[in-house]
Structure formats: structure tokens, C-alpha cells
Design a binder for this molecule. Structure first.
Ligand code: WTA
Length: 650
């Protein structure tokens, strides 16, 4: 984030006190903070007992005897899927709608809790018959359709581990994740809908398996796009055929609270994605607690919609586990916001009477660009809480969200958290907190954060530094799959005994937190995390490239955008125009990693600015990419490099 935008954030003086009518009916109360401050562990133990059903109740809340390896509620036994399904049916809520599915082409399905439970039981039997048991890894590579949720819950029901790979990732990325997880099964679809067209998913699975991924025994394919697919007899199986033969009854067994639930890969500061590991009881406790209180969920009357794909952590915690554990009714939508027309999202809100809505600032900013005329055509009066996640929300987007989408009435909750934290950590509570546009504000009850300088000293009020989490929390990551040391090094070694989040933050005069973006080599593009190193390795894997440097440059709509600087190998310098080289390389990155990583711009340069010790000066490249004055270059080997890059940029 540039210094001018930090300045404007810190001069943001607008305040929005809660409406008394909202406060009167709010789930959250100020006493939650008092209770958690008085005894944090007792607070979480109460949440875990009251929000969840335990096959065997726990007697221990936290085992932190071997930090940073936490165990929460570890002598309890629980079945995550049972908590999201059967118990709601047993409580007499089987007829409540769990999912309103809206396909991009306009097809719809309404699925009650009783129906979803029945589907998941059959799917669990089906997976068991393919040999999936506790601890096995199953990779999902699917569109946003109900079967993705059914599959996740069926895997959880068996005590197995899912690893969902976002459908926008390319075959190479998929293969790397399957290999790292050692998955024995892949569940995919023939294709899904996006921007009015069917995109083929099965092809990418075939390509991934053709080049390795030898652990995979079977591929189960959901029919969705009805596109042609290649078939490998014996290996590939149709979901609908297996489901037709599957037994209907399945009794959920309790597993240890620390039984792994899922691995989700996320970009780190090196080229290799990290498999973030989450477990069962603590994760579900915090997902359910935050979903209930931050959205003020009333399961009998609310219609909730989170626009995230299940391929991201937001889809895990706030499409699948939090809402379903709380018995919510929710919308899931398969496609893009502007298909077939720019009002599609608002049309969906009107159609289903959505009351709680959760999306990312990048989406809000792109709607702002189109103009309020589009949402103004729809009745959005049912909305009562709006949430934001994925990146800092600038005050102007916050105001637009509240006024244009929320009719000037709705509380906005700006929720800070990460794949690693599993659930929300810093957020206002609606009905309680006086909101400040642009600030995530206060740690949730039971969560302790701090902002430190590089030496580990608390920065005090009206000062900036690095965000850390000072106490273990129930939904914290339990490790990086297969790489304990990297877990310790990445998160726990910057500040003794504290979790280092990788984000910069500022504390205002009230001690409220303003997030300032990543401080490492991770970019945040449209709310998606991408690693500069990963894209650099993709670029240098192309034959024409000698060297590459990637930076995240600020972008009005996507927050940050990928900008690359490449040096071509000598023999290609004259044979390719910079435009040709750039086109080839953008396509190559999309093919290697996925379309989300495709650079917005690639600059072909003669040299890259380096420090005397040979490190690429990314900060300087970012200044150039953002068109800023270039700062101190005294450590550069050759200041002319910068001048010539700047010249080629303008
Ligand atoms: C950023 C997404 C500011 C942050 C849930 C974090 C945010 C990274 C916010 C995690 C927010 C997420 N305000 N920044 N409300 N929410 N971030 O793992 O940089 O995809 O470290 O998890 O997104 O991204 P991830």
C-alpha cells in the first residue's frame, strides 16, 4: 500500500454507531469480550460445548505444552459432518433449506438439510467403497456446485482429509498439490460454467495424472458441463453411477478432535505452495462461533450468501463449515458476477431475499466502477449485515458498500483472517462495535493480537508495525503438511512464541487495527494470494527467459496486480518483439499456474536492479510499476538500470 493511501486511511474520521434496534436483537453482546478476557480458555470451552455436538465430551481445552503445536479439546471426539447435517435433522429442522443453488446458466436446485444429509451419507458410503478411510487424502477440483459441498462433507464424515484445489488452477499446479498431499482419489467434474461458457476440468485432471500424481487410484467425475471428456477405463468413474448404487444409511462415527479435516494450499514466500493443515474440533468451534456472531445469524429467518468459491479458505469456513454447523440457509452461485448481465448478483439477492452477504473488496470496487445504476434496479431491502474479506477495504469502497448495497442501514463487518487462522480473527461485531470505514478494528472475543516493531516491541497507539497473534486460538493451523520445520520457521520464528501473520498493521488512537497489506513477497490479487516467487519460477521455466522479477503493483480494482520484468535470453532479444514475448509469457504463466496468476503487464528489460549482494530490488520495481518517484538507489550496482527500466515503462 502506498504512503498516500495510508495517510488517507488514517485521516478517516467517519464513525457509524450501531442502531439500537439492531443491538436489541443482536446475537453478540459486550459481555462476550468480558467473559473471554476473564478466562479465554473457559470462554472457548463454553463455545465448543454449546455450539457443537460431541460424540465424547472433552475435558481438556488446550494443550500448549509443545508450542507451536497446539491441541484443542483433544480428548473429545467429534464428527464434523454430523454437526453440519444429521443433528439439524434430528432437531426437527430437516425441512429447512440448506442450499439454494443457482447455476450460471440459470438452473436452480433447492436442497434441504434432510436431503443434504441423505446425499452425504450416500457419498460417504460410495467413498468408503472406493477404499477411502480415516487419514486418506482426497483432492477436489470442482466447480461451485452442491456436489463439491457433498464431497467435502462425505470425506469429513469418514475422518478422511480433503484438499480442495481451486478450479482456476492449471494442471501443473493441480499435480503439485496432488503429489504433495499424496492423494489416493480425485473428485472432479466434466466441466463447469464460467462467463457463459463451459470450462473443462476433467482435461486438467487427465493432464495432471499423465505426468505423475501416481498416488491417485481413481477419479470420480460429476456430470455438470456435459462437455466431452476423455475416459480412462478402470480409473475414471461417474459420480452419478456410483451414487445410484450407494447404500443410503451411514452412521457418523466420532473422531479425535485433532483428527485432520483438510489441507488447503496457499502461496508462501517461496515458489512451493504450503499445505495448510486444519483439524476438527477447534476449527469447527471457531468457524461456527464467528459465523453466528459476526453475521448475527438467525438460522430460522436469515438467508446467507458468501460469494467465495470452495477452493479458498473463505469457502471452507464460511460456505461449508460455519454456516452448516449453525444450520443456516444459504445461497451458492456457480458463476461470475457479470454473467449474463452486470446485475446478476443483485438479482440473486432479490430473488432469494438474501439478508447476510459476504464478499471481497475487489468485487465491490468493480461494481463501483460500473456504477450504482445497476444495483439500484434491484430490491436489496432484505440485507441486514454486509461482510468484507480478503484484503484491506478502502474507506470509499466501504462507504459505497454501505450506502448503495446496504441502503445506508446495514452494519459492515470487515473481517481480517487468513488460510492459516482458519476463521475470522479481527472484526467488528454488528450491533456492538461503532464502525470505522477501512478498519478491521478489534480482535474477536477470545483472540489476542498485537502490533510490534521489528525488535518485537509493542508499537503503541497511532503507530504501525507487524501484526502478530499472541495466544493460540482454536482454529489455528496445526502445521504445514509434510513440513514441520517450515511451519516453525515461517510463522513462529520472527517473534518468540508469537504467530507472525505477514501483514503490516497500524493501531489508531483507540487501539483499533488498520490492516496495511502484506509485508512479504506475497501479493494479494482480487483477494487471492499469489507468490512472487512462484510466478517468477513459472516465467523462467519458459525457454525465452533468462531472468524474471515479479512485483505486486497497486491496482484500482484488484487491489494488487501482477507486474513482471523479464530479461530475454540473448538469442531471442532480436527475434521477438516485446509484445510477442509478453503475450507468450502471459499465456505461459496462465498455463503453468492458472489464469489468476497471469501478469497484468510484462516488461521486457535489459537488466534488473540489484543490491550489491545480488538481490533483486523488488521495492524499487514496485515503485516503477506504480509510476512513483524512485527513492534511494545508492545500494544499486548501476543506477542506469533503473533509469532505463523507467524509460521503457513510460
Ligand atoms: C489479507 C483470506 C485486510 C491479508 C481469508 C491476509 C485482509 C491475507 C483481510 C490472507 C481484511 C484478508 N483486511 N487484509 N479484512 N482479510 N486479508 O489466506 O493480507 O487467502 O494475510 O485468507 O489476505 O489471505 P487468505
Amino acid at each position: 500500500m502506498s504512503s498516500t493511501s495510508i495517510d488517507s486511511l488514517l485521516h478517516e474520521n467517519r464513525r457509524f454507531a450501531p442502531e439500537p434496534a439492531f443491538t436489541a436483537q443482536a446475537n453478540a453482546t459486550p459481555e462476550l469480550y468480558d467473559e473471554a478476557n476473564a478466562d479465554r480458555l473457559k470462554f472457548w470451552a463454553r463455545q465448543a460445548s454449546e455450539l457443537l455436538n460431541w460424540h465424547t465430551p472433552f475435558t481438556q481445552t488446550l494443550d500448549w505444552s509443545n508450542p507451536p503445536f497446539a491441541r484443542w479439546f483433544h480428548d473429545g471426539r467429534i464428527n464434523v459432518a454430523y454437526n453440519c447435517l444429521d443433528r439439524h435433522v434430528e432437531a426437527g429442522n430437516g425441512d429447512r433449506v440448506a442450499l439454494y443453488f443457482e447455476g450460471e446458466p440459470g438452473d436452480t436446485r433447492t436442497i434441504t438439510y434432510a436431503e443434504l444429509t441423505a446425499e452425504v451419507k450416500k457419498a460417504a458410503n460410495m467413498l468408503a467403497s472406493l477404499g477411502v478411510t480415516q487419514g486418506d487424502r482426497v483432492v477436489l477440483y470442482m466447480p461451485m456446485i452442491p456436489e463439491a459441498i457433498v464431497a467435502m462433507l462425505a470425506i469429513a464424515r469418514l475422518g478422511a482429509i480433503h484438499s480442495v484445489v481451486f478450479g482456476g488452477f492449471a494442471a501443473e499446479s493441480l499435480k503439485a498439490r496432488i503429489d504433495d498431499a499424496g492423494a489416493k482419489l480425485v473428485i472432479t467434474a466434466d466441466g463447469g460454467y464460467r462467463k457463459g461458457r463451459v470450462f473443462n476440468l476433467k482435461n486438467a485432471v487427465d493432464a495432471a495424472l499423465a505426468s505423475g500424481a501416481e498416488s491417485v487410484e481413481n477419479v470420480v467425475v460429476v456430470r455438470r458441463g456435459e462437455n466431452e471428456v476423455d475416459w480412462s477405463d478402470g480409473r475414471d468413474l461417474w459420480w452419478h453411477e456410483l451414487m445410484a448404487d450407494a447404500e443410503a444409511e451411514h452412521e457418523a462415527q466420532g473422531f479425535e478432535a485433532e483428527n485432520p479435516l483438510f489441507i488447503l494450499y496457499t502461496s508462501g514466500t517461496t515458489g512451493k505452495p504450503k499445505g495448510i493443515l486444519h483439524t476438527s474440533g477447534g476449527y469447527l468451534t471457531q468457524a461456527a462461533f464467528t459465523h453466528k456472531n459476526v453475521f448475527d445469524l438467525k438460522p430460522e429467518s436469515d438467508v446467507y450468501w458468501c460469494t467465495a468459491d470452495v477452493g479458498w479458505i473463505t469457502g471452507h469456513s464460511y460456505v461449508v463449515y460455519g454456516p452448516l454447523a449453525n444450520g443456516a440457509t444459504q445461497v451458492i452461485y456457480e458463476g461470475t458476477p457479470d454473467s449474463p448481465h452486470p446485475g446478476r448478483w443483485w438479482e440473486i439477492i432479490e430473488k432469494y431475499g438474501v439478508s447476510l452477504f459476504y464478499t471481497a473488496p475487489t468485487a465491490i470496487r468493480s461494481f463501483m466502477k460500473i456504477g450504482r445504476e445497476v444495483p439500484n434496479q434491484y430490491n436489496l431491502a432484505t440485507l441486514r449485515v454486509l461482510g468484507s474479506v480478503g484484503e484491506p477495504i478502502n474507506p470509499e469502497a466501504w462507504m459505497w458498500y454501505r450506502q448503495v448495497i446496504g441502503g445506508g442501514r446495514t452494519p459492515i463487518v470487515d473481517t481480517w483472517w487468513q488460510t492459516e487462522t482458519g476463521a475470522m480473527m479481527i472484526s467488528a461485531l454488528p450491533g456492538i462495535t461503532t464502525a470505522k470505514p477501512g478498519s478491521a478494528q478489534v480482535p474477536l472475543p477470545g483472540i489476542s493480537v498485537d502490533v510490534l516493531d521489528e525488535q518485537g516491541v509493542h508499537v503503541g497507539k497511532e503507530a504501525g508495525g507487524l501484526l502478530v497473534i499472541t495466544e493460540p486460538w482454536p482454529s489455528m493451523l496445526r502445521g504445514i503438511w509434510g513440513d514441520e520445520q517450515r511451519f516453525v520457521d515461517t510463522y513462529w520464528s520472527a517473534f518468540e512464541g508469537k504467530y507472525f501473520a505477514g501483514d503490516g498493521a497500524h493501531l489508531d488512537e483507540d487501539g483499533d487495527v488498520w490492516l496495511l497489506g502484506r509485508v512479504d513477497d506475497v501479493m494479494n490479487v482480487s483477494g487471492h494470494r499469489l507468490s512472487t516467487m512462484e510466478i517468477e519460477s513459472a516465467l523462467v521455466s519458459h525457454d525465452i527467459v533468462a531472468e524474471a522479477a515479479v512485483v505486486g503493483a497497486s491496482d484500482e480494482t484488484t487491489g494488487q496486480a501482477v507486474v513482471a520484468f523479464v530479461i530475454l535470453k540473448q538469442r531471442h532479444v532480436d527475434s521477438l518483439t516485446p509484445e510477442e514475448a509478453s503475450d507468450q509469457l502471459r499465456a505461459h504463466v496462465a498455463q503453468q499456474i492458472g489464469a489468476i496468476a497471469r501478469p497484468r503487464q510484462i516488461f521486457v528489460v535489459a537488466e534488473l536492479p540489484k543490491t550489491r549482494s545480488g538481490k533483486i530490488m523488488r521495492r524499487l520495481l514496485r515503485d516503477i510499476a506504480e509510476g512513483r518517484e524512485i527513492g534511494d538507489t545508492t545500494t544499486l550496482t548501476d543506477t542506469n538500470v533503473v533509469a532505463s527500466i523507467s524509460a521503457s515503462f513510460r
